[in-house]
Design a protein around this ligand. Structure first.
Ligand code: AMP
Length: 204
């Protein structure tokens, strides 16, 4: 049995990370390790939507109609939800944003929102994986988890199209701020975590 050894690291200043990448690139898996290592609050907008869907809230009902098709949920809904999630953790040492921002509007509003709290994005780490590999991963995940948006190739393709059209422009948005770092997202889970940890420690 391989034991995962998480060494807790206390960075001297607040770090706010964006985990970036196409659907299935491993953001959620890696966010959990990064959260433990640096004692951060992990906010996954997809998880918050899925939680609301499971509770049949108004937000859940609205989000479901978009998520089922693999479309992005409208910005105004997603941004409001994200801001309230951040405000739930006034004493956080930092945040991992997983699946947010996904549009330029979301990124601009996130910058302004954090600025109003004397906070800022420290870096964006993109998990780089080819689409062919991602399709196999997503279909497998759909079978295991029952996630509807992972089970159908046309919905998966629509999510890639949403990413390529609306989310990929954020690469240049964060490059212009010198905050964009790409990490190879193929390999053992531990290997990928170490690549992320090395990037964080080199750049913060
Ligand atoms: P994820 O779990 O990050 O793959 O997200 C699942 C789905 O939730 C996406 O396909 C979108 O429909 C919705 N979603 C999650 N995050 C966002 C976001 N930042 N903006 C718009 N829609 C989102």
């Amino acid at each position: 049995m391989i034991l995962r050894y998480i060494c807790f690291i206390n960075l001297s200043r607040m770090i706010n990370l964006i985990l970036f990448g196409k659907p299935g690139s491993g953001k959620g898996t890696q966010a959990k390790f990064v959260k433990e290592k640096y004692d951060l609050v992990h906010i996954s907008t997809g998880d918050v939507f899925r939680f609301n869907i499971s509770k049949n809230t108004d937000l859940g009902l609205l989000a479901k109609s978009y998520m089922e098709k693999g479309d992005l949920v409208p910005d105004e809904v997603t941004i409001k939800m994200l801001e309230s999630e951040v405000e739930n953790f006034p004493n956080a040492k930092g945040f991992i944003f997983d699946g947010f921002p996904r549009t330029t509007t979301q990124a601009q509003i996130l910058d302004n929102f954090l600025d109003s709290k004397n906070m800022s994005i420290s870096m964006t780490i993109a998990l780089d994986v080819d689409e062919d590999l991602l399709i196999d991963r997503l279909i497998k995940r759909g079978k295991e988890s029952g996630r509807i948006d992972d089970q159908d190739r046309s919905k998966i393709q629509n999510r890639f199209d949403e990413y390529n059209n609306k989310t990929a422009p954020l690469i240049n948005f964060y490059k212009a701020q010198n905050k964009f770092f790409k990490v190879n997202g193929v390999g053992d889970v531990d290997q990928i975590s170490n690549r992320i940890f090395n990037t964080i420690e080199k750049k913060t």
